[in-house]
Design a protein. Sequence first.
Length: 108
Amino acid sequence: MALVKICAVDDLEPNEAVKVEIDGLSIAVVRDSAGSVFAIGDTCTHGDISLSEGFVEDDTLECWAHGSKFSLKSGKPLTLPAYEPVPVYQVDLVDGDVYIDPTVTLAL
């Protein structure tokens, strides 16, 4: 699959996450406080909770229900109760737009 255009970078506020659906995948697209854009699986691995409804702090996304924080860079949970990582997807910024390839997951 090719890259999928999601939105303009400027459509994402700093410290904001938005949920997008691509071919049945729920992905949280996040702009952190430094302005970097990330894409991680939107479903918390501790429960069936949308991470995009959570809280962005530095380079983490916190599940609003139980407080697990996930690294935006690696997808790894940094706090319990989650212990399984979420997938991290390739993000490309082209001419001010955000593109994601949902078939490419990054492993750190």
